[in-house]
Design a protein around this ligand. Structure first.
Ligand code: ADP
Ligand code: MG
Length: 746
């Protein structure tokens, strides 16, 4: 009897060479292999008569080999195996390239099933090209794996074919011990799913497509169900932890609001209220604040930080860590605090690898040695500490950290949270994540099911619509001329270079869904290299050929933090006469900069957060390579000041589908709408980055099915309500723990 945990190396019939190959794909146990699901099926279940075959169809024929020979082409040294097979209606030639070994399998007079595409050849009329094949003998005659049925097609590579996988999986299924189903029978019944043993058989070797789909759905549900259980349990756990409580002080908040140069939008107010309500509770908040680029998330989080620090009487307040993804953004947040709360004397610090300074209100700003700053933080002498995401991992000790704000990150990781618990074992800080990436609701419920959501759904008033154009290659010069005109008027321009995705050498027909993690890392690195090369070339072209008279800057991910900051400083420095925001120039990062950059050529590193109100043109090269939501975010970099802004989507692709997709950017009302579209077109990977390997893939695909997401969430909720510790479902608990380990929920 084979168990799920049985190593493949111990299974008869899997040789060491093959075992190594499987291992490379992360398949080490019988369970791994059995959970390597087909991604589609070919319907070879009907055996066709040879006389009925038509060009272009995929068919299975059954017949006797009446002739077989080996040929080779002279020019290219390719071996061709040709077989003639006949049934009672006629004969047809089948052709394989470079498969000499077939000669030893196919002998005249043997019965075979051949399944493949019928094509027309000049010489021979209809032939079967490269068909899958199976000898009909006493073993497989009634139960073929490869041909006369619905045939599973697996994610495969050159070295691991569907055929080989079918060959391995079939006997495993036959010898597998009976499994207990982790999904409670009541839920299976309610959803009308097959139990696990039949589902496994049906997903690999279904009798019909309906059966296959129902099995697939069951496994997708299982993964979603586990994700939901994990999320909801996390939420319950967190709600049992202690946190500092901050009773709502309406007068104080009114006072803060009255000092702002603008009124908050309705949804800013609503989000702020939700956050302040959470801060009142003695349990940690765990909230995601979502809002389009420019919707004003910073001020909402900053107000929460002010409440926590209780600025009027800072001695009583507690500390906030305010974390940004880049140093540039950290500095921008620091400047925002200075600008909006000039009288705050509780101490606002900026701590990054290149800078450390404190602001104590009324223009009391000092540069301070990093070590001294860290000391001041640990003694509680500074209430608001702004830095990069690394802030809490660097050995900065807080005295009484009560709020953690994380900008442009969807979630605050479980691991990071654990590090904070080490810092103060009794109380956990409240967590507020902010993200401008609009995520479709089903995905949010699945991936971020442990978080509460606040959404800023509108932009502050008075923002002008950004004029967006798709630019075909013939209009490139016109666009350049327009850009030059804008720069001459004092405006600035972003140029985003195409994203380069890791390329896998796909062998014609085969799909590489499962490349090893290691391989992925390498691909990613080489993609980064290409991307850097491409952006440098674009920079050369623009600075030397197209705009030699303008100042062009270059930004990419391989620059050092300091170099990046320097470039960004030059770009955001307000050299121009009208680079004002809100009637002031206080967001000017480095006013003494005289040489400013007109055109910034960049990879997608500028995607997040930078606020340069004088930039009015966003030009995106190879725009078809980006997701819609991402393009939307790029576009949000402009249109922040008083001038009319433009977004140019360059594309060399003339495909209708490309245009159609890009057009939805022109029509969309908000990022969420586009996110839903992206999910539909490009799948959830668009939002999650790297696709995760292994099981959750199925769940990730299932995210496109809102009903299944809803059902899994309800089922998980129901179960945890009656059995929060899963005491009555020990098998489920055990599996869930494994699942949580495999899929780090961050
Ligand atoms: P994001 O949500 O992208 O982080 P920011 O917080 O950077 O957006 O805000 C973008 C700009 O809008 C900032 O200059 C900010 O001061 C300004 N802002 C925020 N809220 C409002 C508002 N209610 N009215 C006018 N301007 C606002
Ligand atoms: Mg922001």
């Amino acid at each position: 009897m084979i168990k799920l945990s049985t190593p493949l190396s111990e299974i008869k019939g899997i040789g060491p060479k093959f075992f190594e190959r499987l291992k490379k794909f992360g398949l080490a146990t019988a369970g791994d292999l059995l959970w390597h699901f087909p991604f589609r099926y070919e319907d070879f279940s009907r055996i066709s008569k040879i006389a009925d075959l038509k060009i272009g169809e995929r068919a299975t024929v059954q017949g006797v080999i009446s002739d077989i020979k080996l040929k080779r082409t002279w020019k290219r040294r390719i071996f061709i195996v040709e077989a003639l097979i006949s049934d009672d209606t006629g004969s047809i030639k089948a052709v394989w390239f470079n498969q000499r070994f077939l000669l030893s399998i196919f002998k005249k007079g043997k019965s075979v099933n051949l399944a493949g595409k019928v094509v027309e050849s000049e010489k021979d009329g209809l032939i079967l090209s490269h068909p899958a094949h199976e000898l009909i003998n006493s073993d497989s005659g009634n139960d073929p794996k490869h041909t006369g049925r619905l045939v599973p097609i697996y994610p495969e590579t050159k070295r691991l074919t569907s055929k080989a996988l079918r060959f391995l999986i079939k006997p495993l299924l036959d010898d597998l011990e009976k499994l207990n189903d982790p999904i409670p029978p009541k839920i299976l019944k309610k959803q009308n799913f097959p139990e696990i043993n039949s589902a496994l058989k049906q997903i690999h070797f279904p009798e019909n497509l309906r059966q296959a789909q129902s099995a697939k759905k069951r496994f997708a549900f299982e993964d979603l169900f586990f994700l939901q259980l994990a999320n909801i349990r996390l939420k319950f756990q967190l709600s049992r932890e202690k946190a500092y409580a901050f009773p709502m002080d309406v007068e104080f908040i009114k006072m803060l609001l009255s000092k702002l140069p603008f009124e908050l939008t309705q949804s800013q107010k609503k989000s702020l209220f939700e956050i302040l309500k959470d801060l009142e509770k003695p349990h940690p908040m765990n909230r995601l604040l979502q809002g389009d680029v420019g919707s004003g998330k910073t001020i909402v989080a900053a107000l929460a930080a002010m409440v926590v620090s209780k600025s009027l009487n800072a001695a009583q307040g507690k500390q906030t860590a305010f974390m940004a993804p880049t140093e540039v953004l950290a500095r921008q947040h620091y400047l925002a605090f200075k600008k909006f709360f000039p009288g705050f004397d509780g101490g606002v610090a900026l701590l990054t690898s290149s800078e450390s300074r404190i602001f104590y209100g009324d223009d009391l700003e000092t540069k301070i040695k990093k070590q001294d700053l860290i000391k001041k933080i640990s003694s509680g002498g500074i209430k608001i500490i702004i830095g990069t995401h690394a802030l809490i991992q660097k050995n900065v000790k807080f005295k009484d950290l009560a709020l953690v704000v994380v900008d442009e990150q969807h979630r605050f990781g479980v691991k990071q949270r654990a590090e904070l618990i080490d810092q103060s074992p009794d109380v956990l800080p409240h967590f507020l994540s902010m993200s401008a990436t609009p995520i479709p609701r089903t995905l949010t419920l699945t991936i971020f099911g442990d978080l509460d959501l606040s959404i800023i759904s509108e932009l502050p008033e008075g923002r002008k619509e950004i004029i967006t154009k798709i630019v075909a290659p013939v209009n490139r010069d016109k666009a350049y001329a327009f850009i030059r005109g804008q720069v001459k008027k004092g405006r600035q321009v972003f140029v985003i270079c195409p994203r380069i995705e890791p390329q896998i050498n796909a062998d014609e027909t085969q799909i590489n869904a499962d490349i090893s993690v290691n391989q992925r890392g390498n691909l990613r690195r080489s993609a980064l290299l290409w991307e850097t090369k491409a952006v440098k070339e674009e920079y050369e072209k623009l600075s030397q050929k197209v705009f030699p008279d303008l100042k062009v800057g270059l930004l990419h991910g391989k620059l050092k933090a300091k170099e990046k900051a320097e470039v960004m400083n030059k770009f955001s420095a307000s050299g121009g006469k009208d680079a004002k925001i809100d009637g002031s120039t206080s967001l000017t990062i480095n006013p003494e900069q005289s040489r400013r950059i007109d055109i910034l050529v960049s990879t997608s590193v500028v995607e997040v957060g930078v606020d340069v109100p004088n930039a009015t043109i966003m030009m995106i090269e190879g725009s078809e390579r980006f997701g819609l939501a991402q393009l939307y975010q790029f576009r949000g970099r402009v249109g922040r000041g008083e001038h009319q802004s433009f977004c140019f989507l360059f594309t060399d692709s003339s495909a209708k589908t490309t245009y159609k997709r890009l057009y939805s950017l022109l029509e969309a009302k908000n990022g969420f709408e586009l996110a839903e579209k992206d999910l539909e077109i490009r799948g959830p990977g668009e939002f999650l980055g790297e696709t995760q390997t292994g099981r959750p893939d199925l769940a990730m695909k299932a995210v496109q099915n809102p009903d299944l997401v809803k059902a899994s969430r309800e089922a998980a909720m129901d179960l945890l309500k009656t059995d929060p510790e899963l005491k009555n479902n020990p098998l489920l608990l055990e599996k869930l723990k494994i699942f949580e380990k495999e899929v780090h929920l961050e």
